[in-house]
Design a protein around this ligand. Structure first.
Ligand code: CA
Length: 269
């Protein structure tokens, strides 16, 4: 996993670097926003960017916004110093996938990085091993429908995995490819961040069902997530901007007041 680390304080940078390397991550460091943006172009692609907010020249929010505009599929985690609510939400609104509040423990940071990385892997199940049996069930269903193996010498489990990974979800005008991690509306691709895509997949898989915000938080951000339910709302808002004809009157992702969200069941036109 390749990480771009933007942090102006040498001591924090060193602490983060050591812990990432211990977890076999490759780290490229920047002390200021300009360098981080330049490195993203010259040394990329990176899997995940860790962005400090308070920086001497351009701040982490601006870096986040510019990185996100140029690299829609990179994972972004903000390292927020303030405990202010606005700071956390602002980063998410500008396209960050998550935030970690300083001071953080190495374990917390690594857990967040790994959880985000799982959202970026084509073969990943939601929350990886924790839902293994659920994935197996879905995989089995598919393999039966399609008559089992792929003709390759791969083992039974690999065949199931392959079929599962090649799966597509279709709902009305929307088509989602699990293997390519892409989404189309009327055959026009909608570019989603890793987190947005994972959330859309979760809702599409449960088309017509209400999904609670708590459940979304656990499935998308991870079981041990300690953050705020607002990350769910901010991501839903971002997704609506991209997929709804009129985001202020959503007709694809409905709000279930006091509970969560629902991907509206498609009706034949
Ligand atoms: Ca700083």
């Amino acid at each position: 996993m390749r990480i771009l680390l933007l942090e102006d304080e040498e001591s924090i940078r060193g602490f983060v670097r050591i812990n990432l390397k211990r977890n076999e991550m490759e780290v490229t460091e920047a002390e200021n926003g300009e360098d981080a943006l330049a490195l993203a172009d010259s040394e990329g692609p990176f899997d995940i960017a860790l962005l400090d907010v308070m920086l001497p020249t351009i701040d982490g929010f601006e870096v986040c916004e510019r990185l996100r505009a140029k690299y829609p599929r990179i994972g972004i985690i903000m390292l927020t110093a303030k405990s202010q609510e606005e700071d956390k939400i602002r980063g998410l609104e500008l396209g960050a996938d998550d935030y970690v509040q300083k001071p953080f423990s190495p374990g917390e940071l690594i857990a967040r990085i790994k959880s985000l990385h799982r959202r970026m892997l084509p073969s990943s199940s939601l929350e990886g091993d924790e839902h293994g049996s659920e994935e197996d069930e879905r995989g089995n269903g598919l393999s039966e429908q399609q008559g089992g193996g792929t003709g390759e010498p791969a083992g039974h489990t690999d065949a199931i995995k392959k079929l599962y990974v090649e799966r597509e979800l279709v709902s009305g005008r929307f088509r989602l490819s699990v293997s390519e991690r892409r989404l189309w509306k009327n055959d026009e691709e909608i570019i989603l961040t890793p987190t947005e895509w994972t959330l859309v997949r979760l809702l599409m898989e449960r088309e017509g069902e209400s999904v609670s915000r708590d459940h979304i938080l656990t499935e998308v951000w991870g079981r041990y997530y300690v953050g705020d339910l607002k990350v769910v709302d901010v991501n839903i808002r971002r997704i609506r901007q991209k997929i709804e004809s009129n985001p202020s009157e959503p007709s694809v992702i409905e709000t279930v007041w006091g509970y969560g969200y629902r991907w509206k069941r498609s009706v034949p036109e």
